[in-house]
Design a protein around this ligand. Sequence first.
Ligand SMILES: Cc1cc2nc3c(=O)[nH]c(=O)nc-3n(C[C@H](O)[C@H](O)[C@H](O)COP(=O)(O)OP(=O)(O)OC[C@H]3O[C@@H](n4cnc5c(N)ncnc54)[C@H](O)[C@@H]3O)c2cc1C
Length: 369
Amino acid sequence: MILAGGGHTHLEVLRRFAARPLAGVKITVVTRAPETPYSGMLPGWIAGHYGREEVHVDLEPVVREAGASLRIAEVTGLDPDRRRLHLDGAPSLLFDLLSLNVGSAPTGMRLDGAMECGLPVRPTEAFLSRLLSMVGDPSSPARALAGDRLRIAFVGGGVTAVEVALAVKYRLRDQGVDLMLFTEDDEPLSSLSPGARARLLRVLSRRGIRVRTKSRVAKVGPRGPIIVDGEEVEVDVTVLATGAEAPPWVEESGLALDPRGFVAVDAALRSTSHPHVFAAGDVSTVLPHPRPKAGVFAVRQGPPLHANLERALLDKEPRPFQPQSVFLTLVSTGDRYAVGGRGRWSFEGRWVWYLKDWIDRRWMSRWRL
Ligand SMILES: Cc1cc2nc3c(=O)[nH]c(=O)nc-3n(C[C@H](O)[C@H](O)[C@H](O)COP(=O)(O)OP(=O)(O)OC[C@H]3O[C@@H](n4cnc5c(N)ncnc54)[C@H](O)[C@@H]3O)c2cc1C
């Protein structure tokens, strides 16, 4: 069995195989880096509350505990019919059973000029170091253009865009930065309840972060994004925090996909076209129960994915999984403050941040082996 990607769901799968090993099964984890970031703490890392090691899981001990082997390699393709996983610069791997948990890529990279001039929020480590070097280095093009204040545009109107913008504002609080958020939607944060959305919009306004709705960014240039109606907005840095899309090799694999290009899986997390392929987290869409692309859902899929991989290995029929429809959302606001929501309820305060911090640290402590 190959577990492709060391994402949130596979961590839980490995933990469960460590607790209850299955005889006669060879598990190989193929992932591009020996450490994997924990999404819940990324905004706190950007804001400066956590160090790098606090927000990364070292995969090697987790894989070892499960009796599996770790292969650090970039997956570049998949042939599900011939049961082959293609790697960069190495022979393909054969599998009987495959599980994909490789995350997603930001859609904004398809924007004209994004590759050359945009700053994607993913991978977060590269984002943070490029942002800090642009701001800290007085000879950088961004600084030179900026004059007194650095102008940073965020493209995207989802929770990630807002949470990262607030984290950046806090991190650069002594630098003099102006932040703007551009979203093509009628209003940002459409995945949140009206109460939680209103609270976050108030925080954005208090922090002086301007939000422009119904503004589709068509092009990213060295001097900023150009809005579709032709208006050119000058900014010094354009951060791409748009929605997620599946990696291109997934789209080309021949697996059944949803209309947005993510792997289509059934309620048992199994590919609707290839029963020997499972997928979880951002890369997949559970057709009967679609949810936003967020780490919290990837985490929750861990136990059912483990149970169904085990059942598939034992030639048993996988069982459907019904995810929660009401869930707790906690969004940090840069400083040690957060907004929360559950169903129609919403709340905010410093205590919400400390609750989130406690939940996140507790989750991370599972992987310190
Ligand atoms: C800055 C930022 C902040 C966020 N904050 C939050 C938050 O607070 N709460 C929340 O719920 N969500 C948040 N998200 C969204 C969240 O990060 C994703 O939804 C989540 O990481 C998806 O988890 P996953 O397990 O599917 O994949 P990932 O966590 O992305 O893991 C994918 C794994 O696969 C590996 N991999 C990827 N491609 C390949 C390849 N080609 N070959 C080999 N290995 C590969 C990676 O190295 C990684 O180990 C945030 C996102 C960003 C960018």
